[in-house]
Ligand binder design. Structure first.
Ligand code: IPM
Ligand code: MG
Length: 373
């Protein structure tokens, strides 16, 4: 029997291309796993009204972790239009599978390292090495939203908050409401994870990013909780910043920041920005971690126009694979893989189109494999 069971979820578009790359590397490392293929993605939305069918969820429960490629997601109207005619108007609602997996498996911690590997022509600057901790199940992504606003909800809010009154004139059917629900536990967990990581890797600072000057209650809770956690880590400084200013500073002085911690939506925004500092989505790896399950995914989308062309940069996927190996306890394989990726980038010989080259995803992967020997 294999040592690990891995749910294999290529998803849509170039998800398949980059997962092939991951598999080549894993096989070469002689990673001892059984891979269980899972149906997931746009095709299953169109034909079953569910982009993450229950059978896939059940299969995942039998595995140690999941490796996930990419998924196509579209706004509501378009999603409804593409549903099979016999499934339309039956109450099927498209939900992003990755967001659902985060909720279903309580993958509370989204870890997104953004490192400028020397030799990458797309680095904004050298010496950038930022790790983002994004809370992954709460906030705006908790999914408590309304449109139109039910009268009952309006009344309760109006009774409890004087500022609600001014919206009455708009008419309930013209009001959309999304909520940002944050818990002390959720804040404490993500900040603690960030500090533990800082301690483990000898980092000096953790920066908590929110907007407590405006979002007084949610942002306030985040920052207050961060201070409480920070008090338990006397060797590490807590920096507090606002999301807007932090975006500016990341472009200006990215090398100053070591660890950023944020709630879900702000973490989402920060992580795309930080990814672009070190080469863009072709380099952006991530891990969605719960207490005993992980879903590992590159943060790029499915880029349907490149599907099957093996054109996109597989580095994000290979670095994601590294994160999976590390999390599973295969530290040696993980660091071998990272060193091999870094040395291919440093050599500047094999480059995909985003780096100004003309090599395919597979050629880049093979160059990495050659370095593993
Ligand atoms: C990400 C993505 C997802 C998110 C989308 C695809 C739902 O942007 O992983 O950052 O918003 O979390
Ligand atoms: Mg995102």
């Amino acid at each position: 029997m294999a040592k690990y069971k891995v749910a294999w979820l290529p998803g849509d578009g170039v998800g398949n291309d980059v997962m092939d790359c991951a598999r080549r590397v894993l096989d070469h490392l002689e990673f001892d796993a059984e891979y269980l293929h899972g149906d997931i993605g746009w095709e299953f939305w169109k034909t079953e009204g569910d982009a993450l069918p229950q059978r896939t969820v059940e299969m995942m429960k039998e595995t140690d972790c999941a490796l996930f490629g990419a998924i196509t997601s579209k706004p509501k109207e378009e999603a409804d239009r593409e549903l099979l005619p016999e499934l339309r108007n039956k109450g099927f609602v498209y939900f992003s599978p990755i967001v659902r997996m985060r909720q279903l498996f309580n993958l509370h911690t989204n870890l997104r390292p953004c490192k400028a590997y020397p030799g990458n022509p797309l680095n904004l600057k050298d010496n950038i090495d930022i790790v983002i901790f994004r809370e992954n199940t709460e906030g705006m992504y908790g999914g408590v939203e309304f449109h139109p606003l039910p009268a009952e909800v309006f009344e309760v809010l109006a009774r409890n908050h004087p500022k609600m009154k001014k919206f009455e004139a708009a008419g309930l059917e013209n009001i959309a409401l999304s909520t940002r629900i944050m818990t002390r536990q959720g804040c404490r967990n993500i900040v603690t994870k960030a500090f533990e990581y800082a301690e483990k890797f000898g980092k000096k600072t953790v920066t908590v990013v929110d907007k407590p000057n405006v979002l007084r209650e949610t942002g306030g809770l985040m920052v207050r909780t961060a201070r409480e956690v920070a008090a338990q880590f006397p060797g590490i400084e807590l920096w507090e910043t606002n999301i807007d200013a932090q975006c500016m500073w990341l472009v200006k002085n990215p090398e100053k920041y070591e660890i950023l911690v944020a709630e879900n939506m702000f973490g989402d925004i920060l992580s795309d920005l930080a990814a672009q500092l070190v080469g863009g989505l072709g380099f952006a790896c991530s891990a969605n971690l719960g207490d005993d399950y992980g879903v590992f995914e590159p943060t790029h989308g499915s880029a349907p126009k490149y599907e099957g062309l093996y054109k996109v940069n597989p580095t994000a996927m290979l670095l994601t694979t590294r994160m999976m190996l590390e999390w599973l306890g295969e530290g040696e394989m993980a660091s071998k893989l990272e060193k091999a990726v870094a040395s291919v980038i440093a050599e500047k010989r094999v480059r995909t189109y985003d780096m100004g080259g003309s090599n395919t995803s597979l050629e880049l992967t093979d160059a990495v494999i050659a370095k593993l020997n």
